[in-house]
Design a protein around this ligand. Structure first.
Ligand SMILES: C[S@@+](CC[C@H](N)C(=O)[O-])C[C@H]1O[C@@H](n2cnc3c(N)ncnc32)[C@H](O)[C@@H]1O
Length: 275
């Protein structure tokens, strides 16, 4: 349920029609500086989400309640992140939902972690592994900002050495050498459990597919999602000139107890059922 009145301590997305937005925590004695002027937080407290506030320069900013996607895109970033278009399909392909037990390798900035935490609550958990402590601190700050820290346990461990958990519903892999995690992922997943890997390069996809099939994973399939913005305006609608042409290849698989030790040629890749 959206809470409609803004209080001291609420988080608000200040949105300008000029295409800029800021995620801010309202502290009534403070003010917030933008290049459109200064907003006094005391002017915001008591307003409804959807109301408009004026800066000292007379610019209008709309007060929006932040959605999950706002927290993700306004996260503090020190690593490459997983983008919303890819997160959506990862959730569908892995079946992650309320109560799921999910293992993640490569917490990084914690953007994927934050998204998954939102979907496993109230009774599920994300166990996230990260080798670099400085990234753990950033991920923890991002999770806390989104109010989702209670659904995540971050471990400062090398995932290639194995996961502590077993019977996981899903394992998500976003590290440079994903093939080194095939065995740990297999051991940690329940039978039929889902694996998703985020792979910036096609070389990683090739090598990972071979290793997944050797380990007995089935339904191994890989996709890339392209997201093109459309500028829809009266009489002049058209795709945007610029786009982000590549984020990552996404590989999905399910754990089976099939006994295989074959090459990619003998055990063909399966097509995606998505379209
Ligand atoms: C691309 S970032 C992950 C970004 C993250 N998915 C996000 O959305 O913010 C990859 C992270 O994996 C970590 N990493 C690499 N190898 C690892 C391993 N074997 N075990 C745990 N973490 C690892 C790196 O330190 C890095 O922070």
């Amino acid at each position: 349920m959206l809470k409609h009145l803004i209080e001291d301590g609420s988080t608000v997305l200040l949105y300008s029609l000029k295409g800029k937005s800021w995620l801010v925590k309202v502290v009534s004695k403070n003010e917030f500086h933008t290049h459109f002027g200064v907003v006094k937080f005391s002017d915001i407290v008591g307003k409804r989400y959807g109301d408009v506030v004026q800066t000292n320069l007379g610019q209008e900013l709309i007060l929006l309640e932040p959605l999950l996607v706002d927290y993700l895109m306004k996260s503090e970033r020190r690593t490459q992140i997983v983008y919303p278009k890819d997160i959506g399909i990862i959730i569908l392909e892995t079946g992650i939902g309320p109560g799921s037990m999910v293992i993640e390798a490569g917490t990084g900035s914690g953007v994927l972690t934050t998204a998954i935490a939102n979907f496993v609550r109230p009774t599920g958990k994300v166990y996230s592994y990260e080798i670099r402590p400085e990234f753990i601190e950033i991920a923890e700050r991002n999770l806390k900002k989104a109010g989702l820290q209670d659904y995540v346990v971050i471990k400062n461990k090398d995932a290639s050495q194995g996961f502590d958990e077993t019977e996981a519903d899903a394992v998500l892999i976003d590290v440079g050498a994903p093939w080194s995690l095939v065995k740990p992922a297999f051991n940690a997943l329940k039978g039929g459990g889902a694996l998703a890997a985020i792979l910036p390069t096609i070389n990683q996809a090739e090598k990972l597919a071979v290793e997944l099939k050797k380990a007995g994973f089935v339904k191994v399939h890989t996709i890339e999602l392209l997201c093109r913005s459309i500028e829809a305006r009266e009489g002049m609608s058209r795709p945007s000139t610029r786009m982000i042409a590549h984020t990552a290849y996404l590989m999905f698989a399910r754990k089976s107890f099939l006994k295989v030790n074959t090459s990619c040629k003998e055990y063909p890749c399966e097509g995606s059922e998505l379209a």
